[in-house]
Design a protein around this ligand. Structure first.
Ligand SMILES: [Zn+2]
Length: 243
C-alpha cells in the first residue's frame, strides 16, 4: 500500500467512526425524548408542532357561571341563546324591579334549567337599610320570581356582597357569593374579561358576571368555549359544594 492510499483509508475509517458515533448519540436522544413523552402527566397531549391539542382526557373540574342584575331586556335573551347552543346551565340572581315586562325571559331561564336566585329589589346596600325593610325587599323579590316560575328561589346573592348575620338569620335562603370576579361591568372589554376570568378559574369556582352588557355576553361565550375544551363542566351553584 502506498502512502497516499494508507492516508485515504485512515480518513475513511475515521469518517465512518464519526458517523457511527453521531448515529448513536441521535438514537440515545430519541429514546430519551420518547421516555419523557410517555411519562408526561396531564389531561391534554402535546401535538407534533409543540402546540396543545386542547382536548382533555379527563374532567378538569366543575365551575358555576353566575349573572347578576338581570333580567335585562337587551342582553339576557342573547345570553340564554348562547347557553342553550352550548348546553350550559348558569345561575341568575335577579333584581325584583327588572322582572316586570321581562317575565317571559325569567320563565325561559327556569324552563331551560338555569338556577334563579334573588339579588335584590332595587340594588341597594342591604346592610344600610333597616333589617325589616331589607328582608321585605328580598322576600318580595322571591315572591315575584315564585309567581313567574312556580318555584320559590332558595338562593340569594346580596348586592355588593354586603350581608350580615342578622339578615342571614331572617332570610330563609342560602347566600351565594363568588370566588372569581370578572369585573365585567368595569372593563366592558371582551378580551380583557376573558383573560381575567381564565387566569383565575379552577375547579369549584363561582364566576361573577352581569347580563347587562354586550361585552359580558360575548366574554361568557368565549369563557365557556375555552373551559369546555379544557374538559370543565358547568353546573349551577346548588350543584357545587359550598363551604
Ligand atoms: Zn348587582
Amino acid at each position: 500500500m502506498d502512502k497516499r492510499l494508507k492516508k485515504m483509508t485512515a480518513i475513511f475509517f475515521l469518517a465512518a467512526a464519526a458517523d457511527l458515533f453521531l448515529a448513536a448519540v441521535l438514537l440515545a436522544s430519541l429514546a430519551r425524548q420518547r421516555a419523557e413523552g410517555a411519562a408526561a402527566p396531564g389531561t391534554g397531549r402535546v401535538v407534533e408542532d409543540g402546540g396543545w391539542d386542547g382536548l382533555g382526557t379527563e374532567e378538569a373540574g366543575a365551575v358555576a357561571l353566575t349573572f347578576d342584575d338581570g333580567p335585562n331586556a337587551r342582553y339576557t335573551e342573547a345570553l340564554l341563546d348562547g347557553l342553550k347552543e352550548r348546553e350550559v346551565r348558569a345561575s341568575f340572581f335577579l333584581v325584583g324591579q327588572c322582572i316586570e315586562g321581562n317575565e317571559d325571559t325569567v320563565r325561559r331561564m327556569a324552563e331551560e334549567g338555569h338556577l334563579i336566585g334573588v339579588h335584590c329589589m332595587e340594588h341597594r346596600d342591604l346592610t344600610r337599610e333597616s333589617e325589616e325593610e331589607a328582608v321585605r325587599q328580598l322576600m318580595d323579590t322571591a315572591a315575584m320570581i315564585g309567581a313567574v316560575t312556580g318555584r320559590m328561589p332558595e338562593y340569594i346573592r346580596p348586592p355588593f356582597g354586603k350581608w350580615s348575620s342578622g339578615l342571614q338569620e331572617a332570610v330563609p335562603m342560602e347566600t351565594v357569593l363568588w370566588s372569581v370576579d370578572s369585573l365585567d361591568w368595569k372593563l366592558q372589554d371582551t378580551d380583557r374579561i376573558v383573560q381575567r376570568v381564565l387566569k383565575d378559574t379552577e375547579d369549584g369556582d363561582i364566576i361573577l358576571m352581569h347580563d347587562e352588557f354586550q361585552t359580558s355576553v360575548e366574554a361568557a361565550m368565549e369563557i365557556i368555549d375555552n373551559l369546555l375544551a379544557k374538559g370543565y363542566t358547568f353546573v349551577t351553584v346548588d350543584e357545587l359544594t359550598i363551604d
